[in-house]
Design a protein. Sequence first.
Length: 248
Amino acid sequence: MVFENLLNPVFGPLLAIPTLWAVVLLSFLISLIITLIYKYSTDQNLMKRLKDEMKELQKEMKELKSSPERAMKVQKEIMRTNGKYMMQSMRSMIYSFIPIILIFGWMNAHLAYEPIIPGQGFLTKVTFEKDVNGFIELSVPEGIKIDGAAKKEIKGNEVEWILSGSRGEYLLEYIMNGKKYNKEVVITENLYKDPLKKVNDGTVKLIEIEYKKKILLNLFGWKLGWLGTYIILAIAFSIIIRKVIKVY
């Protein structure tokens, strides 16, 4: 929560633009950060030498197809050289790990789902550890409406309600056998709460607010959210940035 409050002033303005463009900008920024950290935390002369050495060894290995014993020796040399290269790369990974994880956390908290807008119907669901008998009641604050009965008989291992409400942040209360559980929900145009709350108390397994996942790219039927879109863009940006600033 503390880190999210720190990142919101920096990345918050991205929520005002289409999510795809926000992911494009963040993918470029993260790729640039990772590449710059890599460049200035490694000995680039050594990295170039190791990379050139691996290329030469791989070329030599292709020419030794008819000599398995010599090819094996070259293969071991490639592995040793690659190990040195990876050891040098590890330093930059350590430096970039924390800031990247924080940015990823912010992206997952703001770009993964469509928000629940005022007046829009949405579903909340309680999933039980196993089939149980009895009733469960949903208590909602002022500003939230339940479509149907608030108190429902438990049949199977799930019970769900359809809700709607006006703009605001609310706390839903689920009451079963005198025990109360709660789940936050926010109704607004550009924010959402974590959709799942794990309980695992032997009776209730989890409580869910059903948000619609954001689909940013549709590649021949392969529908990608923010993470899949980020991975594709980050690979492309990394290749371009490394070539432009000459990183080995």
